[in-house]
Design a protein around this ligand. Sequence first.
Ligand SMILES: Cc1ncc(COP(=O)(O)O)c(C=O)c1O
Length: 458
Amino acid sequence: MAHTIIEPFRIKSVEPIRWTTRREREQLLQAAYYNLFLLPADDVLIDLLTDSGTGAMSTNQWAAIMQGDESYAGSRSYDRFRNSIQEIFGYRHVIPTHQGRAAERILFNVMCKKGDVVPNNTHFDTTRANVEYVGAEARDLVIAEGKQPGLVHPFKGNMDVAALDRLIREVGRERVPLVMLTVTNNSGGGQPVSMENVKAVKTICQRYRIPLYFDACRFAENAYFIKLREPGYESKTPKQIAQQMFSYGDGCTMSAKKDGMANIGGFLCTNDDLLAQQEKDLLILTEGYPTYGGLAGRDLEAIAVGVQEALEEDYLRYRIASTAYLGDHVAAQGVPIVQPPGGHAVYIDARAFLPHIPIDQFPGVALAAELYLEGGIRSVEIGSLMFGAAAKMDLVRLAIPRRVYTQSHIDYVVEVILEVWKKRSRIRGMKLTYEAPFLRHFTARLEPVEQPAAQLVT
Ligand SMILES: Cc1ncc(COP(=O)(O)O)c(C=O)c1O
């Protein structure tokens, strides 16, 4: 059996990417104030900013798009969307939304009130913001292993069930309207949750009669990790694993921009008839009628096909192997990464990569800027610029868009990272020259600090 990772698809339509010279990139970076969000995408060679909405659609998705029924109410496309989702997720009500955060906003508006507490393994930023917006408190209860970047553990996304039990007893079950599990755990390094952990969380939820919801964005990648790493699931299909996982829940929120394999879209599911009615009422107010919910009929078609394609085993084998290939090849040369590599991304530990740069000089921003200068790669800092003093780590995330880049692109990324690794002692820290009052990372302006004389000799 050959070991070369090959893409399980042929390419039918190509989109050119543009080379720039190092000199041009120096000028472009300066013009973007060393903030990669401010770069025009055309000046990026390999864009690993996010895996959200950046994937390539298949011939079957494009064919389905042509079948889109744009009727305002009762469209055929909604039926296909609901049927496809119900086959995998199994929930009674399927409510389309324009993306994941819209599903979150509606869910928390209907289920939570001021003073409530929502436990999650780790809330994604929009999830946390939507919980807090209704006056509730978002609590992250990931296991201790999930907080140690270099530690290898098969399911670092697991929830600490003892901590969950403690929390519910502490605040009282009436203040916990739901428990959430994020699969995979994006903010915790794209790490999966095991089926055993899902069952243990469900047992606690049943004991206190609290509904369990999934943040299901990367459900297919999580299912494949269970197949690879959890005894008893080796011969099950990813779809069977996903179906079993969702059977322990009462509903979910979903961004179809990830494992929905679409460029836009999301949905909210629930088994509760009363909640569904309230959710649909709210949906009509801001998203649209319940059979399209802020999406075009053609988007519903793309998602109906996409959620099924995300579970194809050939695709998942390649997807997970390709991300691991990138992580393992740089780690083998000493580059510090969050271990093991996640499903959708590799996270470099910038504090360990650039120990000579103090945290208040944004080692993550400095490293991301250098990866762009060296090879035109765009990544994203998840650290002190994004979270301020609350940042526990300074990471640089390389998120891999689905079905977009080939193995030779990945080899190129490895080469560029290793080149930067060799020159790491010459990289300078950054200082802020402008910051917005909130979500500053999107618009911040920075410049390199003067290099201390001591570092010039290294
Ligand atoms: C775990 C998780 N939940 C929710 C969201 C929000 O989804 P969207 O960007 O579609 O609003 C994201 C997006 O990155 C995510 O990664």
